[in-house]
Design a protein around this ligand. Structure first.
Ligand code: NAG
Ligand code: NAG
Ligand code: NAG
Ligand code: NAG
Length: 356
């Protein structure tokens, strides 16, 4: 009996449930016993009163909802929820649910502090009027609050797929694809690498300089580093007039306009301050994607982060000639980011698959 707490698709694919603590198992067993006793007596009761059986089922399901959904934890996943009640202090100190990861018209007004920090990231010289650009932006892409439906009936499993060479030969494809959301980033190809990295992509995180064409079913998640990036996405989906930022960029992009999401600069700054404690100039796309998942998913599995077994930091689709390319950009603190990722895994907030 699964007792309302759904075992996610993701975990069906070989993630063990060993991490379920003993007290929790005991609690579930007790609840199961209670459930059986109550349903049995209810059944007898309704049978002797010759109640219509429909009422019995209605009653039983309401009972089980109350018993197992409201007391079962903050989400319906069987293994664990991102925000368990008995939360870890290290996690609780950093995690702030009320900072929204995605931008809407309503939360697009940035504080002076946030705006200054964000403008400083890539030192944009003469930015366009931010609020006017945002206004245009939400005429082209949807202005919807999404993924805020966390609750005891939801089990959203997510895989976050980084681009590390440690995915080569790791055969994670099936596992990655079995999650509800599959989040990839930057150039990340799947064609020809399905066995190792999977084939589905529900969300693809990118910025203008790393943009690639997407399938109609995939959500483009734009991480803007400057006002021009917001102008670029408008242009790339419509007129194609912007061809250059600090470097040539794709003037048009194939992506479903109705599925475009915008990473919120306020959330970006929160990730940098709260999770990276100011290490590096700003977080990498990988870390930003991971934090997105931590905030919109109940269960997060992580692939393709960190170096490969030889300490190399190349991409899975490249031969190992660019080792160190990511680590030594001087923009991101890869060691610190990986440390935080390891901590999240140690505290069972994410499951980290280290590849080869
Ligand atoms: C969490 O974020 C909200 C909204 O940005 C902020 O008002 C609040 O102070 C933050 N909470 C903590 C504990 O930092
Ligand atoms: C940006 O545009 C808005 C509305 O058009 C205007 O009210 C605001 O003063 C402008 N901001 C700047 C910094 O020019
Ligand atoms: C893409 O998906 C949208 C719905 O989100 C649909 O209206 C449109 O026709 C699709 N386009 C293609 C090329 O499949
Ligand atoms: C990573 O964590 C270890 C132990 O927790 C610590 O000794 C090390 O200094 C950390 N490294 C970075 C780069 O933060």
């Amino acid at each position: 009996m699964l007792l309302g707490r759904r075992r996610s698709l993701c975990s069906l694919f070989g993630l063990s449930s060993d991490s379920m603590s003993l007290p929790r198992r005991r609690q579930i067993r007790t609840l199961a016993l209670l459930f059986c006793v109550i349903t049995f007596t209810t059944f007898l009761f309704s049978y002797t009163l010759r109640d219509p059986s429909l009422d019995f089922f209605k009653y039983a399901s309401r009972l089980s909802d109350n018993l197992f959904f409201s007391s079962g934890g903050p989400c319906a996943c069987r293994r664990r929820c991102m925000t368990e009640a008995e939360d870890d202090p290290w996690f609780a100190e950093r995690f702030n649910r009320s900072v929204r990861p995605l931008m809407t018209r309503e939360n697009s007004v940035l504080s002076d502090d946030t705006f200054k920090w964000w403008q400083w990231l890539q030192s944009e010289r003469q930015p366009a009027n931010f609020s006017e650009v945002v206004d245009q932006l939400f005429r082209v892409v949807p202005d919807e609050v999404q993924y805020v439906d966390a609750g005891p009936k939801r089990c959203r499993s997510c895989s976050v797929v980084g681009n590390s060479g440690n995915l080569k030969g790791a055969h994670y494809g099936g596992l990655i694809d079995s999650c509800d959301l599959v989040i990839r980033m930057n150039q990340a190809p799947t064609a020809g690498y399905e066995e190792d990295v999977g084939a589905r992509t529900t969300h693809h995180v990118m910025y203008p300089e790393s943009a690639v064409d997407l399938d109609n079913g995939t959500s483009l998640v734009l991480v803007p580093f400057k006002t021009l990036d917001l102008q670029w996405i408008i242009s790339a989906l419509t007129t194609g007039t912007i061809t250059h930022t600090y470097t040539p960029v794709a003037s048009r992009i194939k992506a479903n306009k109705d599925k475009v999401l915008i990473y919120n600069p306020t959330f970006f700054k929160y990730v940098y301050e709260s999770w990276l404690e100011g290490h590096g100039r700003y977080p990498s796309t990988g870390f930003l994607s991971l934090m997105l998942a931590v905030h919109i998913c109940d269960e997060v599995t992580v692939f393709g982060f960190g170096a490969d077994q030889y300490g190399n930091w190349h991409h899975y689709w490249e031969e190992n000639t660019l080792s160190g390319a990511f680590r030594h950009t001087g923009v991101h603190d890869a060691d610190h980011e990986y440390n935080v990722t390891l901590q999240l895994a140690e505290k069972h907030k994410i499951q980290l698959f280290r590849g080869r």
